[in-house]
Design a protein around this ligand. Structure first.
Ligand SMILES: Nc1ncnc2c1ncn2[C@@H]1O[C@H](COP(=O)(O)OP(=O)(O)OP(=O)(O)O)[C@@H](O)[C@H]1O
Ligand SMILES: [Mg+2]
Length: 258
């Protein structure tokens, strides 16, 4: 969520946040998850929606089926224009972030409310209950199948592939396009998915098509991954550099005081 807020801020959006679950985590692992009581999640959502004009919602880690249902209900009641659903299931460290029994609730309750859903390859597989490989034909058919489950648009992300080029597949209406970029060699990939989905949420109200928002969100993400090695945070998968366009590069590189 902290990465989400930085992304919103960097892309000209004012972010508000609602916590579904607290995590104890560092760049190496997630050591604990503390779920918020469902009624308190509902209160957070209703309180914000009652006051603030919400242009777009990004949904991230939800932990349990009950929390999935609370978010779906709130979205149906408050009807925000754009909903970006990042179906977070497993952290980069391999730790499980959504209970296995919550996948069905996410599929049936939240997918149909999504302007766009952004699964990585394993998440696309879990949602469809079949393996999804990095083969382009597989990614394309997964995107179409997830759209058939009710999402308006689908971005199947290829970060977990192994090729020299990373390819994401975007299905929007009847169109399928591939978005590719050279794979950046870095271990600092903590929150790539969170950052991308938040960037899409920040840009959807500022662009005229989903494809334009996704393209510009990927540009921002790639810049943040490329500049991630300028930060030294933790010894595992470090974070991205969300303010790569704002912070003076030379100081970040040389370590001189600002
Ligand atoms: N090394 C890399 N170089 C370039 N792009 C990358 C790299 N790793 C991931 N990406 C891009 O980052 C985005 C997130 O993809 P990924 O498949 O890693 O999502 P994710 O598994 O949900 O991430 P996270 O584990 O942070 O939730 C995609 O647009 C993908 O193409
Ligand atoms: Mg992810």
């Amino acid at each position: 969520m902290l990465a989400d807020l930085k992304t919103f801020a960097a892309l000209g959006a004012y972010g508000c946040g609602v916590v579904a679950a607290l995590t104890a985590q560092n760049t190496r692992s997630v050591t604990g998850i503390h779920e918020v009581p469902p009624a308190f999640l509902r209160l957070q959502l209703d309180t914000l929606f009652d006051d603030v004009r919400i242009d777009a919602v990004k949904v991230g880690m939800l932990a349990s089926a009950e929390l999935v249902r609370v978010v779906a209900e709130a979205l149906r009641r408050h009807r925000p224009r754009f909903v970006v659903l990042d179906p977070v299931m497993v952290a980069k460290s391999g730790d499980r972030l959504l209970r296995a029994d919550a996948v069905a609730a996410l599929r049936s309750e939240l997918l149909p409310l999504a302007t766009i859903v952004t699964p990585n390859l394993p998440e696309a597989g879990d949602l469809l209950e079949r393996p999804v490989s990095e083969a382009l034909a597989d990614m394309r058919s997964a995107a179409a199948a997830l759209q058939a489950l009710g999402a308006q648009a689908v971005l199947v992300k290829g970060g977990h592939g192994t090729g020299r080029t990373v390819v994401d597949v975007l299905r929007d209406g009847p169109d399928t396009i591939e978005l590719s970029a050279p794979r950046i060699a870095t271990k600092n990939t903590h929150g790539t998915g969170c950052t991308l989905s938040s960037a899409i949420a920040a840009l959807l109200p500022q662009r005229s098509t989903v494809a334009d928002a996704v393209r510009d969100a990927r540009e921002y993400l790639l810049g943040a991954i490329r500049a991630s090695d300028e930060l030294e945070v933790g010894s595992g998968h470090g974070p991205l550099n969300h303010f790569h366009e704002v912070w003076p590069r030379s100081r970040a590189v040389t370590g001189e005081p600002a």
